[in-house]
Design a protein around this ligand. Structure first.
Ligand code: GDP
Length: 438
C-alpha cells in the first residue's frame, strides 16, 4: 500500500479530519506533518464528536500508530489535555507518539502571539493566538526547544540557558512579563515526566514500515491558501501546508508519497483575515454557514469564530492542484449546496483594468480582484442519504465533474454529511477529468 498524503486545497477547514478518520481504517501509521494546536480537525464517529488539535485523526482505529511529526509544533499542555479527553471517551491513546524533532510551544509563545496580535491594532493577522507563529519563528531562529530535548536534562538546561536572553528580550520588548529561567526548567521537568514514553525517534520505525510498503497516511493541516509561501501572505500560517513539506514533516523521502488527495470543500470558507474573493454576506452567508447538521456548521473548531463563507473558487482550487499535484480529490460538504437554484463557480479573477486572471496572484493584487462566475445548475437534493455516485442528482455529478476537470484529478471521495457512513467512494469513470482546464 502506498504512502498517501491528505492535504487541504483551500483555506483550511475542508474536512480533512473527517477524510483522514475514514481513510485510516486501513492505514498502519498516520502522521500529522505540520502545524500545531491551532488545527481543529473535526471527527464524528461512534466515540462521539471530537475536535482534534494535535493528535492525528487515525487515533480512533485500534492498532493504528499515530505520529506527531517533526514538522509540527507541540504544546505539551494541550496535547496532554487532548489525550485525557480521548481516554475519557474510551479511545486508546497508547500508540500516539511524538517525534523527538518536533518543536515545543511554551506559554511564552502564546504570550507573544497575543501581544503581537494586539500590537497589530485594527490590522490583525487573525491568528488563533496559540503561539504557533512565534514557535515556528523561534525554530527558524534556532532558539526553539524540541520534544527530544526533554529527554536529555543537561542538554535541555544548556539550550534553555543559551536561548533564554533572546526569549525574555522578545517578551519584554512587547511590554510583557517574561517567565524566569527556573520556571521554564520546572515546566520542562513536568512535561518530561508525563510525556517521556511518547517521545521517539521516528526514523527507524518509518524506515522499517516503508521497506514493507506499509500503508501510511500523512495528515496535513490548514490548506494551500494559508501556505507560508504560496498562500495569501501575510494572512497565512507559519508552516507549509503543501505536500512538498509533508515529506519533510514526516521524515520520509518525497518519492515515497504516491498519492496526494486534495480535500476540497464544496464552497469557500475562511477563518481569520485576508482576501476571500468569493465572499458572501448576510443571509446567503448564514445559509452556507449553517447548512447541514449542526456538528458541521462553520464556526472555528479552535476559536469558535464564525467562518467567512463564499461561493466555490475554482481559481483557488487550480492553484492548490498545481502546487500539490493532486492525484485525487475528496469533495466535502456537498449536502450544504442542496436546494440552491444555481451554483456560481468562480473561474476567474477580474482586475480593475478588466483583465481576467485564471491563477492566484500575489496578495496586493489579489486584494483588488473581483470574481468572474460560471453558473452551474443546482439540484434539489437531499444528497445526505446518497451512498453511491449514481445516487447523486445529475446536476451534483456535473458540478463534481467540473471540479475534477479544474483540478486535473478525479473525484475519488464525496462527503455528504459529517458521519462516517456519509463518505462515498467513487470509481465511476464519469468522475474522471478529461483535460485540466478552466
Ligand atoms: P478540518 O480542519 O479540515 O478537519 O475541517 P474542520 O473540522 O475544521 O471543518 C469541517 C467541518 O465540516 C466539521 O465540522 C465536519 O464535521 C464537517 N463536515 C465534514 N464533511 C462534511 C460533509 O460532507 N457535510 C457536512 N454537512 N459537514 C461536514
Amino acid at each position: 500500500m502506498p504512502v498517501v498524503a491528505v492535504v487541504g486545497a483551500l483555506w483550511g477547514d475542508e474536512g480533512k479530519g473527517h477524510i483522514v478518520d475514514y481513510l485510516s481504517r486501513t492505514a498502519e501509521i498516520v502522521i500529522r506533518v505540520q502545524g500545531g494546536d491551532n488545527a481543529g480537525h473535526t471527527v464524528v464517529n461512534e466515540y462521539g464528536t471530537f475536535r482534534l488539535h494535535l493528535v492525528p485523526a487515525g487515533v480512533f482505529h485500534p492498532g493504528t500508530i499515530c505520529l506527531i511529526g517533526a514538522g509540527t509544533v507541540v504544546n505539551p499542555d494541550t496535547l496532554l489535555q487532548e489525550l485525557s479527553e480521548l481516554e475519557a471517551a474510551g479511545v486508546d491513546t497508547g500508540r500516539v507518539w511524538i517525534s523527538d524533532r518536533a518543536h515545543l510551544v511554551f506559554p511564552y509563545h502564546r504570550q507573544r502571539d497575543e501581544l503581537e496580535e494586539r500590537g497589530r491594532g485594527d490590522r490583525p493577522l487573525g491568528t488563533t493566538r496559540r503561539g504557533i507563529g512565534p514557535a515556528y519563528s523561534d525554530k527558524a531562529a534556532r532558539i526553539g526547544l524540541r520534544a527530544g530535548d526533554l529527554l536529555h536534562r543537561d542538554w535541555l538546561h544548556r539550550r534553555l540557558r543559551q536561548a533564554y536572553a533572546a526569549i525574555a528580550a522578545r517578551i519584554a520588548a512587547l511590554g510583557g512579563e517574561p517567565p524566569s529561567l527556573e520556571e521554564l526548567m520546572d515546566r520542562c521537568e513536568g512535561w518530561r515526566e508525563r510525556l517521556k514514553d511518547r517521545i521517539i525517534d521516528t526514523i527507524p520505525l518509518l524506515q522499517e514500515a516503508l521497506r514493507r510498503d506499509a500503508h501510511i497516511l500523512l495528515e496535513g493541516q490548514l490548506g494551500a491558501m494559508r501556505d507560508l509561501d504560496w498562500g495569501i501572505y501575510p494572512y497565512v500560517t507559519s508552516s507549509n501546508t503543501l505536500v512538498g513539506y509533508a515529506a519533510v514533516g514526516a521524515g520520509i523521502p518525497p518519492q515515497a508519497i504516491r498519492e496526494v488527495i486534495g480535500v476540497v470543500k464544496a464552497f469557500a470558507t475562511a477563518v481569520g483575515e485576508g482576501p476571500l474573493v468569493t465572499e458572501v454576506h448576510g443571509e446567503l452567508a448564514e445559509r452556507l454557514r449553517r447548512g447541514g447538521p449542526p456538528e458541521g456548521w462553520e464556526f472555528g473548531a479552535t476559536t469558535g469564530r464564525p467562518r467567512r463563507c463564499g461561493w466555490p473558487d475554482a481559481v483557488a482550487l487550480r492553484h492548490a492542484a498545481w502546487l500539490n499535484g493532486f492525484t485525487a480529490l475528496a469533495v466535502t460538504k456537498l449536502d450544504v449546496l442542496d436546494g440552491l437554484e444555481e451554483i456560481p463557480l468562480c473561474v476567474g479573477y477580474r482586475l480593475p483594468s478588466g483583465e481576467v486572471l485564471t491563477h492566484v496572484p500575489d496578495t496586493p493584487i489579489l486584494e483588488q480582484v473581483s470574481p468572474v462566475y460560471e453558473r452551474l445548475p443546482g439540484w434539489t437534493g437531499p444528497t445526505a442519504t446518497a451512498r453511491r455516485w449514481e445516487d447523486l442528482p445529475e446536476a451534483a455529478r456535473a458540478y463534481l465533474r467540473r471540479l475534477a476537470e479544474i483540478a486535473g484529478a478525479p473525484v475519488r471521495y464525496v462527503s455528504v454529511g459529517p458521519g462516517r457512513d456519509q463518505i462515498l467512494e467513487v470509481d465511476s469513470a464519469e468522475a474522471k477529468p478529461g483535460a485540466a482546464s478552466l
